[in-house]
Design a protein around this ligand. Structure first.
Ligand code: TLP
Length: 341
């Protein structure tokens, strides 16, 4: 099976498995797991933040950030197709007690004027704006890189008003590799960042959140409250270290494969590529192909290819480290066959 449903499907390499086996461990709730401590220090350094924390998933990282930054009854601003809004089971409302205000973005980027207009005033009827969230790369916008200048502008506004900015950087390293801008530069315009180790970077489990020492000490408590204080978790942190030290450069290949796939798909009649394909995500519009997303996905599966429906008439392909250049040709042949049928 060629699995293009997501980059979450990547499996740990032999080197990662060996590192897990050999990891030096201790009780992380006591702060005594040397491998976790090494990973947290490494992540903080890469992002240019004071401290970082290993969390179980991207969803948990985003939730903890919301819980630290917000009080119940506040409002959080984010783009209308943000993962936190669409795919986290309303966890911010359920746990942090906030409501979400969504803004229609341009290729995933919220406009400064819209953010400014959405910020609440002192009126007794209104909630306070507690947080602004940005997603980079933006998943629903097809892995779009949110421009650094956009992040800077929103950050300057937030700083003026004393409202924190959280970055859902599940695929921040894809944004960095595609734009040539170090992750530190993106992180500079945030109060907290979440990024995933278990997507394109290839680790089996986990995300990191990073911010000031004060933010991380509160985040550590929230993680404990949520039952995420783990013990000899160095076995899971060890592949995370390899992900950061060795796998960032491999994202370039995922991006090249995505571009090659998109170029090939564009030449198939009945198929339209919805997005610009800046990173590792391709959104296929199959409206003109005379089939449904359900059938399309099933036909692909019959040919040993997995992809996921991602909206009405949209199929998402995500290149990842299990997909080679040669596999791309096989996907193109399969899609052509479906369209012919
Ligand atoms: N995204 C998954 C699905 O949940 C849609 C995927 O396959 O793309 N932020 C962003 C931008 C994400 O894309 C995801 C996962 C998360 C957060 C959550 O990460 P996990 O799955 O580790 O909780």
């Amino acid at each position: 099976m060629l699995d293009l449903r997501s980059d979450t499907v990547t499996k740990p390499s032999e080197k990662m498995r060996k590192a897990m086996y050999e990891a030096e461990v201790g009780d992380d709730v006591y702060g005594e797991d040397p491998t976790v401590n090494k990973l947290e220090k490494l992540a903080a350094n890469i992002l240019g933040k004071e401290d970082a924390l290993f969390v179980t998933s991207g969803t948990q990282g985003n939730q903890i950030a919301g819980l630290v930054h917000c009080k119940p009854g506040q409002e959080v601003i984010m783009e209308a197709q943000a993962h936190i809004f669409l795919y986290e089971a309303a966890a911010l409302s359920a746990f942090a007690g906030v409501q979400i205000k969504t803004l229609e973005g341009d290729n995933g980027a919220m406009k400064l004027g819209d953010v400014e207009a959405a910020i609440r005033g002192d009126d007794i009827h209104q909630p306070e704006t507690g947080l602004i969230c940005i997603e980079n790369t933006h998943n629903k916008a097809g892995g779009a890189v949110i421009p650094l200048e956009n992040m800077e502008k929103i950050y300057q506004l937030s700083k003026k008003l004393g409202i924190p900015v959280h970055l859902d950087g599940a695929r921040l390293f894809n944004a960095s590799v595609a734009s040539g801008i170090p992750v530190k530069e993106f992180a500079k315009y945030t109060y907290s960042v979440q990024f995933c180790l278990s997507k394109g970077l290839g680790a089996p489990v986990g995300s990191m959140i990073a911010g000031s020492s004060e933010f991380i000490s509160q985040a550590r408590k929230w993680r404990k409250r949520l039952g995420g204080g783990l013990r000899q978790v160095g076995v899971l942190a060890a592949p995370g270290i390899i992900a950061l030290e060795e796998n960032i450069k491999h994202l370039e290949q995922d991006h090249e494969n995505a571009k090659q796939l998109a170029e090939g798909l564009q030449n198939i009649e009945g198929i339209t590529i919805e997005n610009k394909v800046e990173t590792n995500i391709i959104l296929l519009d199959i409206t003109k192909s005379n089939t449904t997303t359900e059938h399309f996905v099933n036909y692909l599966k019959e040919q040993n290819i997995l992809a996921g429906p991602f909206g009405p008439n949209i199929i998402r392909f995500v290149t990842n480290n299990s997909i080679t250049k040669k596999d791309i040709d096989n996907v193109l042949v399969a899609v052509q066959k479906i369209v012919n049928r």
